[in-house]
Design a protein around this ligand. Structure first.
Ligand code: C5P
Length: 233
């Protein structure tokens, strides 16, 4: 898989999601299905979007004991999604079990990436609630390193972290980055944002873009703009 724009389909129902995807006519953007849509509609929504020809990042952020995660991943793998994720905080044992569960009989599997620290967690919460006394950047890098050493393909991170993660862990370790905004658009509730063009410069492999596309007056044009800025020459 090369560089690509992943649209975060944060819709509450199948109807709203398909109505949105219908706007793309011949095009088949890579889409992210998160907890809201998956919990509302179940695995059928994944099957339906896959049958329409889209690649799917199923963003369910699994975090449980290794055996439970392994079994759950086996089910997700059978849905033929392209990318799934776990919390690196589940430890290497859990991440390795996730990989085992995902790997199909023929040796193929969806990409598996890890969430390091959620971008909604700040240094104060890290120190005072999670009782981690290292700096956020050190923690993110160490969790990313555990993910790589466990055999995972990459991490979800801020585009502001993509450069140092690639520098430390190699250019082939994927960085999947939300928090992307056009310079002339709204930041919504995202705090540390980056434009698609800048995300390309710093080496993000995939940008995850939701509202700048889903809430745009012309979502297809907004998607094309992202693709041109991020993937184009
Ligand atoms: O609408 P917006 O572009 O902000 O959507 C970003 C998507 O990426 C949302 O689905 C959000 O849940 C997800 N995400 C994020 N920050 C993270 C992890 C996931 O914004 N650290």
């Amino acid at each position: 898989m090369g560089k690509d724009v992943i649209i975060a389909c944060d819709f509450p129902s199948k109807e709203k999601t398909l109505e949105f995807l219908d706007k793309f006519e011949g095009e088949k953007p890579f889409v992210k299905i998160g907890m809201e849509l998956f919990y509302a509609e179940g695995p059928d929504i994944v099957r339906e979007i896959k049958a329409r020809g889209h690649k799917i990042f199923l963003d369910l952020k699994l975090h449980d004991i290794p055996n439970t995660v392994k079994s759950a991943m086996k089910v997700l793998s059978s849905l033929d999604v392209d990318m799934v994720n776990v919390h690196a905080a589940g430890t290497s044992a859990m991440m390795k079990a996730a990989l085992e569960g995902l790997t199909r009989a023929d040796g193929t599997r969806p990409k598996l990436i890890a969430v390091t620290q959620l971008t909604s967690t700040d240094d104060k919460a890290l120190h005072e609630e999670l009782l981690i006394d290292r700096l956020m950047t050190e923690t993110v890098l160490s969790y990313a390193e555990n993910a790589r050493d466990s055999g995972l393909d990459g991490v979800v991170c801020s585009p502001h972290e993509a450069g140092f993660i690639h520098k430390a862990l190699g250019k082939d370790f994927l960085t999947v980055t939300p928090g992307v905004r056009f310079a002339d658009g709204s930041n919504d509730d995202q705090k540390r944002v980056m434009t698609p063009a800048h995300a390309k410069e710093v080496g993000s492999d995939y940008i995850v873009v939701g509202r700048p596309i889903t809430q745009a007056e012309d979502p297809v044009a907004a998607y094309q703009r992202c693709v041109n800025d991020f993937v184009g020459d």
